[in-house]
Design a protein. Structure first.
Length: 303
């Protein structure tokens, strides 16, 4: 049985999430600065930074262990750098979402937060109310929102948008999602081709060319009438599938908003700029933030 000799917390590590250093001290931790990198086991939310001015992989002690939301398929170059230091890596995002692993499933809680925050970010950019109103100044139509992907993040977005008064439609390749979407008061969209995209782990799989062609036609028609489109589609171990083309973007009305929640994995939207809010020449706002849970740090830390 191994015992932990010392727990080190980087100075101000929890400050933005509402946890000051004194809280960690009372729990028995030691507050340090750069010494935190000398630990045998390092817990870090994001992958190590590897940029022109800084390379955090060089800070780790040789033979140490890193536990992080690493996304190995998108960070093969960083894995090679860790291999050179003979390190062990536990990628939190690779833990299977099954019953016996539920206590380790931080992906679901973060996806829940991300779906909520995606709608809030869209509302911040969108120039109208979500809910319809009849006022002395005139009638205000309700906002129409399309959510592509009805996993944890998508359902969170659906629920948030519905509570804010929007008309919500959702699409998913998994047949089981239909009941969940409709139970939240949203309309579930389907294509004529019958094909189920479910996998054992609950993720979506790649669909047939015929199905993809049909869903692309559906998305184009919806982009013409929807004010906000939120995409959440991811395939484990592969780049995010491209679902929203330039043609679809150009079909939307000026002032419309697209939130690409898959931006960190390459994006579902053709014009997404990861980490940024991009406005097209036609006035379409494309939100490609890669840190939605970090934008609600107190909630993320709690869950």
């Amino acid at each position: 049985m191994y015992s932990v000799k010392e727990v080190l917390i980087q100075k101000n590590a929890g400050y933005l999430a509402g946890w000051n250093d004194e809280v960690y001290k009372r729990a028995g931790a030691k507050i340090v600065d750069k010494e935190v990198w000398e630990s045998d086991i390092v817990l870090k939310v994001r992958p190590p930074l590897v940029e022109s001015e800084i390379n955090e992989t060089e800070f780790f002690k040789s033979g140490s262990t890193l536990i992080s939301f690493f996304h190995p398929s998108q960070n093969q170059d960083k894995i090679k750098l860790l291999q050179k230091r003979k390190m062990n890596l536990f990628a939190m995002d690779q833990i299977p979402r099954i019953s016996r692993a539920q206590s380790f499933d931080a992906l679901s809680s973060m996806a829940n937060i991300a779906g909520y925050k995606a709608v809030i970010e869209a509302a911040n950019v969108f120039g109208r109310f979500f809910t319809g109103q009849i006022t002395a100044a005139g009638k205000v139509p309700p906002c129409k929102i399309l959510v592509i992907g009805a996993g944890v993040a998508g359902l969170s977005a659906v629920g948030t948008a519905r509570r804010m008064g929007a008309i919500v439609k959702a699409f998913d390749t998994r047949a089981a999602a239909k009941e969940q979407v409709e139970s939240m008061g949203a309309e579930f969209l389907q294509v004529e081709i019958k094909e189920d995209g479910s996998t054992v782990g609950g993720y979506s799989k790649e669909m047939s060319p015929e199905f993809i062609k049909a869903e692309m036609a559906l998305f184009l028609e919806q982009c013409k009438i929807c004010d906000i489109v939120i995409t959440t589609a991811l395939i484990p171990g592969k780049p995010a599938p491209k679902l929203i083309s330039k043609e679809m973007i150009n079909a939307m009305r000026p002032g419309s908003v697209i939130v690409d929640m898959a931006a960190e994995a390459g994006g579902n939207v053709e014009l997404t700029k990861p980490g940024k809010l991009f406005v097209t020449e036609n006035g379409i706002n494309i939100i490609g933030y890669t840190d939605f849970p970090s934008r609600l740090p107190v909630q993320s830390s709690t869950l």
